[in-house]
Design a protein around this ligand. Structure first.
Ligand code: CA
Length: 203
């Protein structure tokens, strides 16, 4: 009995503290375990960190370089990491940690995202699709590994919401203007907002 209790305590403690891949990086941390979004947020906070937010181009470059250096790049479309972005009841995505709107600086949604499948994809993950890393909205209750960062020293701070239960609710509002579509170009591919392309052909 004693052994069983000990194992249970260790197991519970492990989840509470959050376990990260050992990397010498001082800014970013990648979890070893998969949790739902709310648990992932809590695990970062219990470690004195916060879920990763991506506001500037330089942060995208820094995070992707961290993932590449330590061989942590998501292997396929099902192995993404939770980020700090969530869809609020107004249908728009906000960084939970800063309270600012997602996509105002850096806009890195993957093609066709956010798709809000079944009107229930309200949490943001970073995943890889067709060889490109970018954002996807996904079901908050699903287990995902997650990325934490040292809390942002500057800029606006989100106060955190009193109630996150709406993340499990249906939300039919969607931000289709965030769609980015790859267009073949002479020297490669450029990305355009779908609103520019389908200006005369609304969804
Ligand atoms: Ca999606």
């Amino acid at each position: 009995m004693y052994k069983v209790v000990s194992i249970l305590i260790i197991a519970t403690f492990g989840v509470c503290l959050g376990e990260f891949v050992e990397t010498p990086d001082k800014i970013y941390f990648a979890s070893k375990e998969a949790l739902n979004w709310t648990e992932a947020k809590k695990a970062c906070e219990e470690a004195g960190l916060e879920l990763v937010s991506l506001i500037h181009e330089s942060e995208k470059a820094a995070l992707e370089s961290f993932l590449r250096e330590y061989k942590l790049v998501p292997e396929d479309v099902w192995s993404g990491y939770w980020l700090a972005g969530i869809r609020h009841p107004d249908g728009k995505f906000y960084w939970d940690t800063t309270g600012t709107k997602v996509g105002e600086g850096l806009n890195d949604w993957l093609v066709g995202e956010p798709s809000n499948a079944y009107y229930k994809e309200h949490c943001m993950e970073l995943k890889q699709d067709l060889g490109q890393m970018g954002w996807n909205d996904y079901f908050c209750v699903e287990g995902r590994k997650y990325l934490c960062q040292v809390p942002r020293p500057e800029g606006p701070r989100g106060e955190g919401l009193r109630d996150y239960n709406f993340l499990a609710e249906e939300n039919r509002l969607n931000e289709r203007q965030n769609y980015r579509v790859p267009m073949p170009f002479d020297n490669g591919i450029i990305y355009l907002d779908a609103s520019e392309i389908f200006i005369n052909k609304p969804f």
